[in-house]
Design a protein around this ligand. Sequence first.
Ligand code: F6R
Length: 608
Amino acid sequence: MCGIIGYVGSDEVVPVILDGLRRLEYRGYDSAGMAVLGADSIQILRAEGKLRNLEQLAYQRPLHGTTGVGHTRWATHGAPTQANAHPQVDASGGIAVVHNGILENYAPLRRELLEDGVELSSDTDTELIAQLLGRETGPLGERVLKVLPRLVGQYAVVAVSRREPGTVVAFRQGPPLVVGVGTAENMVASDVTAILHRTRRVIYLENGEVAVVRADGVELRDRSGALVERSPETLDWDAGRVEKGGYRHFMLKEIFEQPDAIRNTVRAYLDSSRSGVNLDGLGFSGEQLARLRRIHLVACGTSWHACLVAKFILEELTGLPTDVDYASEYRYREPLLGDDLLVIGVTQSGETADTLAAMEMAREGGALLATVCNVRGSSSWRLAGARMLTQAGPEIGVASTKAFTTQLVALIVLALALRSSRGLSDGLDRTLLTELQRLPLAVEEILHTDRALYRLGTEMLAEATDSLYLGRGILYPIALEGALKLKEISYRHAEGYPAGEMKHGPIALVTEGFPVVAVATATATREKLLGNLMEVKARGAAVLAVAEADADGVRQIAALVLPVPAVHRLLQPVVAVVPLQLLAYNVAVELGLDVDQPRNLAKSVTVE
Ligand code: F6R
């Protein structure tokens, strides 16, 4: 969703804003803009399309100042035009606002302003915030406190006023905002990747809080106006991790970072002997664990696929019945909550609006709330009583890769920990722990497979408009994930299906040359899967398979086998997904598409 950057300090602000916006490009956007505070004026630049258009404008019309805000917009209210780009200003042009979120009372507020004779110059909900601020009196921070009760919905807003050079005011309800605390300069951003290269000291704004940010300090208030004291925390991410590091795309870099990301995630939760799992510090009390009878996993998208895999693992290892829900569905149904239930919000960003809402509902219903999350300090991190950090490091490519495999690994480790707390540990635990520590080597082996091997599969999928991805059991969610990866970055239609469902409908799609991608590593149901593949092959399908190089029966059916090393059956999803990530990546590159910023997608879905 929208990216936000604000700066107050002594540097020329335009390069700071453009640099920050470039670092936020990965979030996905369709227009961009900035406001720069002059001696007693606000100068605004806005441009449709890519950031280079805004850069071009900034070059043609140089602006000078040391305070300003920038924004990349992902359109909600109003088309992605220059008029609807942010910043939006009030009627006097004295207050400029950038915003990420959606105002739910957009229609009545708009009607009210129009009836009062306010001339609106955009279709956005953001302009309404600027107009409301413009109609109040007093310093900007005080105006914000007066306007807050009028705003219904989700918003992260940064505002500047012509009358207050050297001040940036930020407030939020829902989407995140973080204040970066520097030396004689301070910043505000929608996420830390925009500011990490300048400071690692940050203050996360809580819902309802207002930050008045100046070069020499940050004043925090709650919605009642009371001062809030909160010291900055220091992030353990470094700026180098948000650079491409010689790779053509972030996605490729992140695929190749998986061995380290998995290694770090496993190590973080092993005890000192590396033969047991250490749950200390996760935040579960013994009493809470003893009460557990059920688990609900809630997530969206790729993280939801990780939950589908985890259901198999959690049920087998802990004996606890486990349900998986899309967070967007869970929050609007009436799940059976209670204190015997563990609800785990699985989220890379920790900011996905639906996942947060589902988690909040679970907490209110008395469930024990946990998160598996990749961003320390994010909203889900702060919300959950118990938390596991996936050690993937910043994920910039919109298509999630290393966050997914580290989620899988974290959830396996969590299953082992719950198993141990229930007194169920036996030889299987030791085997799994040893295998988990070998997993990075298995992934490395896949990454070093001859790229030429992917050629045929890349061509087949690039040429076809549709394809099917099939798997069974614990590998069925990997078929879903493989299909999602292809869809989101190559815009080729792909469906993931449990192979046993083929005959109940989808097989009607199969014609001569129709690509079917099978996740066919050695599980108890591989023979059944091979039977399904014979059926599609008999109808002309071209089968590609992910399987062990020597997999019995697979080579006879598949036109191409993308090899993976043999690993424990519960760990197969982690290795099986990697060739599918590479395949999707290769297809998108073959088609000349924007791999890291696919159309219409946002990295972090902070509104419903
Ligand atoms: C797809 C992808 C999305 C996210 C989903 C949830 O590659 O990245 O489907 O998985 O938007 O995001 P998080 O995990 O941040 O809650």
